[in-house]
Design a protein around this ligand. Structure first.
Ligand SMILES: *Cc1c(COP(=O)(O)O)cnc(C)c1O
Length: 396
C-alpha cells in the first residue's frame, strides 16, 4: 500500500465553471478573474484511470485520501489529515421496514472529525493552502465549517479567522474557539459573516475560504460521490436526498459522477439529486419551482438546521443545473417536520441525527407523497453531522 505522500496529484489546472477560462493551480486562487464565478479543479483523468479502480482503492488508507488520483495537494494531506471520510453507508432496516422502503440507506457523516462532513472539504482546502504557503484563513460560516477550519488549521499550524452568526448553537461556537480560532460572532446570518471576512481578508491578507469561492473544498466534498460508488460495489443509488445550504456536497457528488463516467469506471442512469431545504430558508426550492437558473436571496432566513440556513448560496447556478441534469427536484420542509424526524432516525437506527440530516427524512416523506420516489428504489439520505452538536434540540 503506497502512502499518499509517495504520489503526486493528477491535478492539472482550474477552470471556471461558467466561462471555462483556465487558471493556474500553482498559485492561490479564489473565484474566476474573468467572470467572478466558481472555479473547479481539473485532473488528467487518463492518468488517474490507470490506477484508480474498485480493487485498488480497497487496499488503501481508510479515509477520503484513498481517492488520491482525483484529489489535490497529496503531500500536504499526509500531515494535515485527521482520518476524514469513508463514513458508513448504513442500510436502515427498521426505518426502511416502517416506511415500506426495502432499499433505504443512510450515509452517516456524524463520525467525521469535528462531527460533520465539513471536515471533507476543509481538509482538502487546508492541505492545498499549506502547499501554497498560505498562513491565515478567513472563514465565514453557519457553524460547522468554522469548527472544521479551526481544527485543521490547528493541525496544520495556520491561523483561522472565523465569523459566524451569534445564534449558532453554543456547542459549535465553543468547539471552534477550543481549537484556537479567532472567532467573531455576527448579529446576522452567514451572508453578514461573509462581508466581515471579506473586509478582514482585504485588510489583513487572510485567504478566504467561503463556500465555492475557494475551489478545493468542493474536491474534498466530492468524495461522498466516490464513496457511494465504492460502497454500492461500483454502482450508484437511484435517488439521493441532500440537505442543501451552499450546495458543495451536491455539486461535488455530481462532479464525482462526471469523473467516474469519464474514467470509464461507471456508466448508467445517474442518481436523481434531491435538494432538501427548510421552509424558513428555501432559495433553491423557490428558484427550482419557478424554473429559474439563478436563485434570489431569501429574506429573514430562519430554521433550526443551521447548516442549511444559507439565504444566498454563491453557486446557486451549479446547484440548479445539477438538479436539472439529474432529473431531480428540490423540496422544502417545515421545521416541525425536521424536529419530528430527528428522534425517528435516532431511535429507530441508533444514528444520532443532526437537524439537517433529519430534514432529508422529512423531504423523503414529501417526495413519496408526491409519487416522486418508487418504493423499491435505492434511496440514500445524508445525515451530514452528529446530533451531539445540538443539545438544544434534545427532548426535554
Ligand atoms: C454545511 C452543512 C450542510 C449543507 O452543506 P452544503 O454542501 O454546503 O450544501 C448540511 N448539513 C450540515 C450539518 C452542514 O454543516
Amino acid at each position: 500500500m503506497a502512502s499518499p505522500e509517495a504520489q503526486s496529484s493528477n491535478l492539472t489546472h482550474l477552470a471556471c465553471s461558467i466561462c471555462e477560462a483556465t487558471h493556474d493551480a500553482n498559485i492561490p486562487q479564489t473565484i474566476c478573474s474573468e467572470c467572478g464565478r466558481a472555479l473547479v479543479a481539473r485532473y488528467d483523468l487518463d492518468l488517474a484511470a490507470a490506477t484508480l479502480n474498485l480493487e485498488s482503492v480497497r487496499g488503501r488508507v481508510p479515509s477520503l485520501w484513498r481517492y488520491r488520483e482525483v484529489l489535490p495537494a497529496l503531500q500536504a494531506s499526509a500531515a494535515v489529515s485527521l482520518g476524514e471520510g469513508l463514513t458508513p453507508l448504513d442500510r436502515a432496516p427498521r426505518l426502511g421496514a416502517y416506511m415500506s422502503l426495502p432499499n433505504l440507506y443512510i450515509k452517516d457523516e456524524g463520525g467525521n472529525p469535528t462531527g460533520s462532513f465539513k471536515a471533507r472539504g476543509i481538509v482538502a482546502a487546508i492541505a492545498k493552502a499549506v502547499e501554497l504557503g498560505i498562513t491565515d484563513i478567513g472563514m465565514p460560516t453557519a457553524g460547522n465549517a468554522g469548527a472544521a477550519t479551526a481544527a485543521y488549521a490547528a493541525r496544520a499550524g495556520l491561523k483561522a479567522h472565523v465569523a459566524m452568526p451569534s445564534d449558532t448553537p453554543r456547542t459549535i461556537i465553543d468547539e471552534t474557539r477550543a481549537y484556537g480560532a479567532d472567532v467573531t460572532l455576527v448579529d446576522g446570518l452567514i451572508s453578514d459573516a461573509g462581508k466581515l471576512i471579506a473586509l478582514g481578508g482585504a485588510q489583513n491578507g487572510w485567504f478566504e475560504m467561503a463556500t465555492l469561492k475557494e475551489p478545493y473544498r468542493l474536491e474534498g466534498k466530492k468524495t461522498m460521490g466516490y464513496e457511494l460508488w465504492e460502497q454500492f460495489e461500483g454502482e450508484l443509488p437511484d435517488v439521493i436526498f441532500y440537505p442543501t445550504g451552499g450546495g458543495t456536497g451536491l455539486i461535488g457528488m455530481w462532479k464525482a459522477f462526471d469523473e467516474l463516467e469519464e474514467m470509464g469506471l461507471w456508466s448508467g442512469t445517474r442518481p436523481r439529486m434531491v435538494a432538501v431545504q427548510s421552509e424558513g430558508c428555501a432559495p433553491i426550492v423557490r428558484a427550482f419551482d419557478a424554473g429559474e437558473q439563478r436563485a434570489e436571496a431569501w429574506e429573514d432566513a430562519a430554521t433550526i438546521a443551521p447548516g442549511i440556513r444559507v439565504p444566498s448560496p454563491f453557486a446557486d447556478d451549479l446547484i440548479l443545473s445539477a438538479l436539472d441534469e439529474s432529473e431531480g427536484t428540490a423540496i422544502a420542509v417545515p421545521d416541525a417536520e425536521i424536529a419530528d424526524a430527528i428522534p425517528e432516525i435516532t431511535k429507530m437506527e441508533g444514528i444520532d441525527a443532526c437537524p439537517e440530516g433529519a430534514a432529508t427524512l422529512a423531504g423523503l416523506r414529501r417526495a413519496l407523497d408526491k409519487g416522486l420516489v418508487g418504493a423499491d428504489e435505492r434511496i440514500v439520505l445524508f445525515n451530514t453531522g452528529s446530533g451531539l452538536k445540538h443539545p438544544e434540540l434534545r427532548p426535554a
